[in-house]
Design a binder for this molecule. Structure first.
Ligand SMILES: [Zn+2]
Length: 455
């Protein structure tokens, strides 16, 4: 008997098996999913240029190529064209995601101002499309703007004291990403002037010269548009120098025995003795609390909530003034220093603390050395702070009227006795409350300027 399979039979089986092997092998090679592309929806391109960040990923056969073209009415140009290592048999060598940052320089690319489109395309190592691979595409809107915004002062000569504040009015000709007054390395954002509802036109910025600012800080107007173009303009400001008094505080045994231990426990400070604990509280916890305050006041409401002069705590006696340079002594040894950035006001114990002006409560909670503390945003970057309270009559989010109760005075936080620590911040800088309590200063330094803005 001859065997069941002859030569023809065997070769048929071999062909079928071969075809199956090829089919099984080529199935994944014929996958139909193109690369995943991600990038920004739009890019604003100014004179300084921009790096277009893109990410491409292909989990099938891998990324084969990536191309970026700029297409505008007049035609197109390729700004990026890359082919990645790999082949049609084994796919991409590197199968992970690919990130590229493509520098776009409007001058080098001879781009005119206006809107055009970036077309990003990618292919993979699939056998689809006659071996060219699956194609993916995304588009990115490209807004070229090489014209800096125009900013121009509408304010005359402005006087400002070290540790004090001032208002600047100015005009911008386009919607800006930010505009305001720069004082040294600090920037004070501007807001639409009263009556101006748009992002352009008349603006007002409250600014300050910090107590410890360098001797002749540069003070100027600054505006930046969405494309990153920056414009500056001069501001006629005369800074009056001012010296602040030095205060020696001899800390009592009672202070170390009663105030420091509970505050150390409350703020998580563990030190072998109360002098060291006080040093850490007065330096590190103070710095931590000030950083928290900076976060809280970073965003201010654009409207001006107040129209009257700020008020001092009723029937209160001034115990300590703004920017006293405090030196702390224990048994005759100097153990710490700090600048006192507010007024200490004493009335009777647990006296009602009233809002110095109308505004929105942005914080009413424990704040380390300030104890139970309330912060009121008065709009346009102006905030008042009330520290060491016994309790609260308001909560964050509440709108308050000038003179409305916020809580009661106390001695919570770093306080030797019942009093109110009152401070005013302008754009995150502590300023002397005396100016804001002074009706004549408000009139001549703020109201006159706001009234003139837009005329
Ligand atoms: Zn104080």
């Amino acid at each position: 008997m001859s065997s069941a399979l002859n030569w023809k039979g065997w070769s048929t089986i071999a062909l079928v098996v071969g075809a199956l092997v090829i089919a099984v092998f080529s199935m994944p090679r014929l996958e139909s999913t193109g690369p995943t592309l991600s990038g920004p929806e739009a890019v604003a391109l100014g004179t300084a240029g921009h790096e277009l960040e893109l990410e491409a990923l292909d989990t099938g056969t891998g990324l084969r190529s990536l191309q970026v073209r700029i297409v505008s009415g007049g035609g197109g140009q390729t700004v990026y064209d890359e082919t990645y290592a790999g082949n049609l048999i084994t796919g991409a060598v590197d199968s992970g995601s690919t990130r590229v940052a493509i520098p776009l320089d409007p001058r080098a690319l001879s781009l005119a101002d206006g809107t055009s489109t970036l077309i990003v395309t990618a292919r993979d190592w699939s056998w689809r499309d006659a071996g060219a691979g699956n194609r993916s595409e995304i588009t990115v809107q490209l807004d070229v703007d090489t014209k800096p915004p125009r900013i121009q002062t509408t304010t005359g000569l402005t006087y400002i004291y070290r540790g004090g504040a001032a208002a600047a009015t100015y005009r911008v000709d386009e919607n800006t990403a930010r505009d305001g007054v720069r004082v040294g390395d600090r920037f004070y954002p501007g807001y639409p002037a009263p009556g101006n509802l748009g992002g352009t036109g008349d603006r007002v910025a409250f600014f300050a010269v910090e107590v410890h600012a360098p001797r002749d800080p540069e003070i100027r107007l600054e505006a930046e548009d969405a494309a990153g173009n920056v414009a500056t303009a001069s501001l006629n400001v005369r800074l009056n120098e001012r010296r602040f008094s030095e205060e020696h505080l001899n800390l009592s045994k009672r202070f170390f025995d009663r105030v420091v231990p509970s505050l150390a426990e409350h703020t998580g400070v563990t030190k072998p003795n109360n002098v060291e604990a006080f040093q850490v509280i007065n330096r590190d916890i103070r710095a931590r609390d000030e950083a928290r305050i900076q976060e809280l006041v970073a965003e201010s409401d654009p409207q001006r909530y107040w129209s009257e002069t700020f008020t001092q705590l009723p029937n209160s006696k001034v115990m300590s003034r703004f920017a006293e340079q405090r030196r702390y002594f224990e048994s005759g040894n100097e153990i710490s220093q700090a600048t006192h950035y507010g007024f200490d006001l004493a009335s009777r114990a647990a006296a009602p603390v009233t809002a110095a002006n109308s505004g929105r409560v942005i914080f009413a909670d424990d704040l380390g050395i300030y104890g139970n503390c309330v912060l009121v945003d008065h709009g346009m970057g102006i905030t008042s702070l009330y520290g060491h309270l016994t309790d609260f009559a308001v909560k964050a989010g509440d709108m308050v009227e000038r003179g409305q109760s916020l809580g009661r005075t106390g001695a919570t936080g770093l306080a030797g006795g019942d009093h109110l620590h009152f401070a005013i911040l302008v754009g995150g800088t502590y300023v002397d409350p005396l100016e804001w309590w002074d009706a004549r200063w408000i009139q001549s330094h703020i109201e006159v300027k706001l009234a003139a803005a837009g005329r």
